[in-house]
Write a protein that binds this ligand. Structure first.
Ligand code: SF4
Length: 341
């Protein structure tokens, strides 16, 4: 695998301030100890419930959020320790498509201003060349030169997302984060935008990080993926392997909840109880134990390690690889439910 991005033990914590400016009430552990690698030209999916840290993780990948600890290597270089000028150049290679095409475009800018803005910020000043480039980008995303001086309010949701895509690829990036790019669109437009993304990826040899709630989309377009829960990766690796044989109880619950005929196997429905705990005070052991239908006593205090169970399939669950060989109290492997009775 020729990697383009690697994250080593990345954590992103945000302080929670108290009533007075100098009072710190706690820390939101948005992302905790995440390690993953992304290969050149692949589409890497990140899935999980709202608030699980998907967007913060993606922001940390492209330097929009500074990790509290760990390292992010882009094309072999440590993004966090690059000199300012080199960091700026690396950032131009990493762009983002935002979830909401309604709020992500400045309503006072026309199409030319929106799409050329990144080139303008980079210091380009040849107006004619920029107009030619913007027209080329508009045609690539299915718009035309006639749209050049129109405003976002003149476009439908799908067309605005096309504009967002044109802006994101205007600097010829190699790495694109697609943050739920179709979740705010009508179902009829959904497939068109996904097809457009796939076409652009092939044409420009791009690497995508695709954040989504929609597991059917992830199954269709992602080569590899990570399943996140409360800031941690629960299962990761080849999407084919994870969809065929999900091993983590959380992944199993997510897949079982999908009503989609494109899934080959029918799965028994698993209804998770309760809500996601607060990231300010996450559970000590496995972060999923309070909702896991198969939780054991030991899961409450012993965090599971990430182990590769087969080629490119990593799982963090004691059910899969057992508890560590240390002295453990009696009953650590008894189901939590049976102890409650
Ligand atoms: Fe469930 Fe325990 Fe596995 Fe966590 S480690 S997913 S609580 S069985």
């Amino acid at each position: 695998m020729r990697e383009i991005l690697r994250m080593n033990n990345v954590s992103v914590h945000f302080p929670v301030k108290g009533g007075l400016p100098f009072l710190k009430r706690g820390v939101i552990q948005a992302v905790s100890d995440v390690s993953l690698t992304i290969a050149h030209g692949e589409t890497y999916g990140i899935v999980g419930e709202s608030g699980c840290g998907k967007t913060t993780l993606a922001n940390a990948m492209i330097g929009m959020v500074k990790p509290t600890s760990g390292e992010v290597l882009f094309a072999g270089k440590d993004l966090l320790r690059l000199p300012k000028e080199e960091f700026k150049k690396a950032r131009q290679k990493m762009q983002m498509i935002f979830q909401d095409p309604f709020s992500s475009l400045n309503p006072r800018f026309n199409v030319y201003q929106i799409v050329s803005e990144p080139m303008f910020i980079r210091g380009e000043d040849d107006q004619e060349a920029m107009i030619a480039r913007v027209v080329e980008l508009l045609e690539l995303v299915g718009l035309s030169s006639e749209d050049l001086y129109r405003y976002p309010s003149d476009f439908s949701g799908g067309q605005r997302q096309r504009l967002g895509i044109a802006r994101a690829i205007s600097l010829n990036p190699s790495f694109l984060v697609c943050d739920e790019p179709v979740s705010a669109l009508d179902v009829s437009i959904h497939a068109q935008i996904l097809n457009l993304l796939v076409m652009i990826q092939e044409q420009m040899k791009l690497t995508y990080v695709f954040i989504s709630h929609n597991l059917a989309d992830v199954k269709n377009i992602c080569d590899r993926m990570a399943v996140m829960y409360l800031g941690k990766v629960m299962e990761s690796g080849s999407s084919d392997r994870i969809f065929k044989r999900p091993l983590h109880p959380y992944t199993q619950a997510l897949l079982a909840a999908v009503l989609d005929t494109t899934f080959d196997e029918k799965r028994e429905q698993i209804i998770l109880q309760g809500d996601i705990p607060s990231p300010i005070d996450p559970p000590l052991g496995c972060r999923f134990w309070q909702r896991c239908p198969q939780a054991m006593e030991g899961c409450k205090t012993i965090p599971p390690e990430h182990l590769e169970v087969e080629d490119d399939h990593v799982v963090a669950c004691h059910l899969v690889h057992g508890f560590p060989a240390v002295e453990l109290p009696d009953g650590y492997d008894r189901p939590v439910e049976s102890l409650k009775k």
